[in-house]
Write a protein that binds this ligand. Structure first.
Ligand SMILES: C[C@H](O)[C@@H](O)[C@@H](O)C(=O)CO
Ligand SMILES: [Mn+2]
Length: 596
């Protein structure tokens, strides 16, 4: 595992566990101490056994030094949590406790309460009481209690409770992990794409991120003045020559670039990749080369590269840089992907970050290019779509920046997958590389040349496409579509692919339809998509995205997540239960951004 430890400066936020208890001594409290503390220990074990930080290490939990029976012990837990960098809190109890005296009052920390469902002592009554206090004080909290009654003293965590605890913790950690980091804008607005107008108040108030900005001329300075690690550059170039297969030049013969120019482009795109990474996270090697300021980086957890047009009209495009940084491997080995949004579409960058923090996997950046109806496919190819594709397909394709993990050449239980880096074998990384060819960029679009990654995503992967939009008057709004990648017969793919730019990577995506609203048909999904891009994550993660969005107070305008998987703060129900989407808008508007 070749991990660069300079990426994670400041360490990771922990989960704080608060065992609350009935404060009455001389009988009640004493009889509950062990059971209450054991619930906390059980939850800590559940989290560290199941959840990992972005570097693959187990998530750390901090338990309050004592059970919390009143306000002094609440305050002691709060001080301990502040010292220990706690970013998420869970209160657990089997019994009645005093709501406003024992609750977690930190407004910026995602919080949940697990009230044991037993009847000897009323944990679920405390749960209801304290959740009413959270509602009254404007601090949304998640409520958890099991469907089945447990016996007093039982220490195991029921499966339904485990599911909710883990769902809450995954989203809560995503909130905590991004807080205090940066979005690094490399360049400015790309071709008038509104998502690349990097909106500082959105990032600051909703995500807790700074926005950092560097001009693309910084790449030129660092290339010209050799502000990168020369040893890493030599290693990277040798690795690229060995592992990155250059595909045929698709440009008309008269505008094809020379071999000499193509070789030079390889050198440039490798340098761009190293420089973009150094800009994001810094690199201690630069300090050794007497570039102490550059060595520090911008503390970026996500970035975007404008590319088009000023850069790409003159220099090689950013496709190689974006594709490699977004992948789980490079010349330094298998490592966590960096989130880099193409065309500096910061709003797509935001959902790439959500997907990545929820799953620890790489994310595919793509244009939502074409809705292919079954009739259109049949008219053009003679092929009748079947299976998951029977109702039509979306062609997801952008100019070659998509993560190489998106080839689907990794496997889980013998099926195509995209995995956290620590589960990816060297053979799987190699297969992703072998399934990708690097096509000389389309010179009509990219006068400065470069290379686009060309691959076809393997079918059968469960995937979730998401997108964040900013709406004047509302703020951010999230869209989610769960579905599957689809295999087409090779000749059918070729015919459809050749109608567009066949040097770019393709994912054929079939959203799951519900027959209603935005998911009435595949056409409706595309017709309701809010922008030209989407971020595609492996797995059906819509429920986690909805939980995360509710923590950040971002309403969800469309999704196809089954109702029984949706988990939002308890107070959302007080905004109405008939139309959860409309209640979501009103709740988010009422509470406002997390860091306002
Ligand atoms: C090459 C073109 O400019 C593409 O980059 C364009 O179709 C887009 O990706 C727009 O999002
Ligand atoms: Mn695009």
């Amino acid at each position: 595992m070749a991990e660069q430890n300079f990426r994670w400066n400041g360490g990771f936020p922990k989960i704080g566990i608060r065992p609350t208890i009935d404060g009455r001594r001389k009988g009640v409290r004493e009889s509950l101490e062990d059971q209450t503390m054991n619930m906390a220990i059980g939850v800590a074990k559940l989290f560290s056994d199941n959840l990992r930080y972005p570097d693959g290490s187990p998530v750390e939990c901090v338990i309050a030094d004592s059970c919390i029976g009143g306000v002094a012990e609440s305050a002691a837990a709060a001080s301990k949590f502040a010292r220990e960098n706690v970013g998420v809190s869970i209160t657990v109890t089997p019994c009645w406790c005093y709501g406003t005296e024992t609750m977690d009052m930190d407004p910026a920390i995602p919080k949940a309460v697990w009230g044991f469902n037993g009847t000897e002592r009323p944990g679920a009554v405390y749960l209801a009481a304290v959740l009413s206090a959270y509602a009254q004080k404007g601090l949304p909290a998640f409520g958890i209690y099991g469907k089945d009654v447990q016996d007093a003293g039982t220490t195991d965590v029921p499966e339904d409770v485990k599911g909710k605890l883990l769902g809450f913790a995954r989203a809560g950690l995503a909130v905590a992990l991004m807080k205090g980091k940066s979005y690094l804008s490399m360049g400015s607005v790309s071709m008038g794409i509104a998502g690349s107008i990097v909106n500082d108040s959105f990032f600051q108030e909703y995500l807790g991120l700074r926005t950092e900005y560097v001009d693309m001329s910084e790449f030129v300075r660092r290339m010209d003045e050799k502000i990168y690690d020369p040893a890493e550059y030599e290693k990277a170039l040798a690795w690229v020559k060995e592992n990155c297969i250059e595909g045929p030049d698709n440009n008309p013969a008269e505008i094809q670039t020379s071999r000499q120019r193509k070789d030079k482009d390889w050198e440039t795109v490798v340098k761009m990749t190293i420089i973009a990474r150094d800009l994001m996270v810094g690199n201690p090697r630069l300090a050794e080369l007497d570039y102490g300021e550059e060595a520090q980086g911008h503390n970026a957890i996500v970035s975007g590269f404008q590319g088009q047009r000023q850069w790409t009209d003159h220099f090689p495009n950013g496709d190689f840089m974006e594709a490699i940084l977004n992948s789980s491997f490079d010349w330094n080995g298998i490592r966590a992907p960096y989130m880099v949004a193409t065309e500096n579409d910061s709003l797509n960058g935001a959902v790439m970050l959500f997907g990545n923090l929820l799953t620890n996997t790489a994310q595919i950046f793509a244009d939502v290019r074409t809705y292919w109806s079954p009739d259109s496919v049949e008219r053009v190819t003679g092929h009748k779509l079947t299976g998951a594709a029977a109702n039509g397909l979306l062609h997801l394709i952008n100019s070659g920046p998509a993560t190489l993990d998106g080839t689907g050449e990794q496997t889980k239980n013998c099926k195509p997958a995209m995995k956290p880096f620590w589960e990816i074998s060297a053979e799987e990384a190699q297969k992703c590389l072998n399934a990708t060819s690097w096509r000389p960029a389309s010179v009509e679009y990219f006068r400065g040349g470069g290379y686009s990654s060309d691959f076809l995503t393997r079918g059968g992967m469960p995937m979730t496409m998401s997108r964040l939009n900013l709406v004047k008057g509302i703020g951010p709004v999230l869209q989610i579509a769960e579905g599957y990648s689809v295999d087409l017969p090779a000749d059918v793919h070729d015919t459809l692919d050749k109608r567009t730019d066949s040097t770019w990577p393709t994912t054929w995506f079939a959203p799951i339809l519900t027959g209603k609203g935005s998911f009435g048909s595949v056409y409706d999904v595309m017709d309701n998509w809010g922008a030209n891009h989407g971020s595609i994550s492996f797995g059906h993660i819509g429920a986690d995205l909805i939980t995360l969005a509710s923590m950040l107070r971002i309403p969800v305008s469309m999704h196809n997540v089954p109702e029984d998987q949706i988990f939002r703060p308890r107070v959302w129900g007080l905004f109405g239960t008939d139309n959860a989407e409309s209640a979501d808008y009103r709740a988010c508007n009422n509470f406002g951004p997390l860091y306002k």
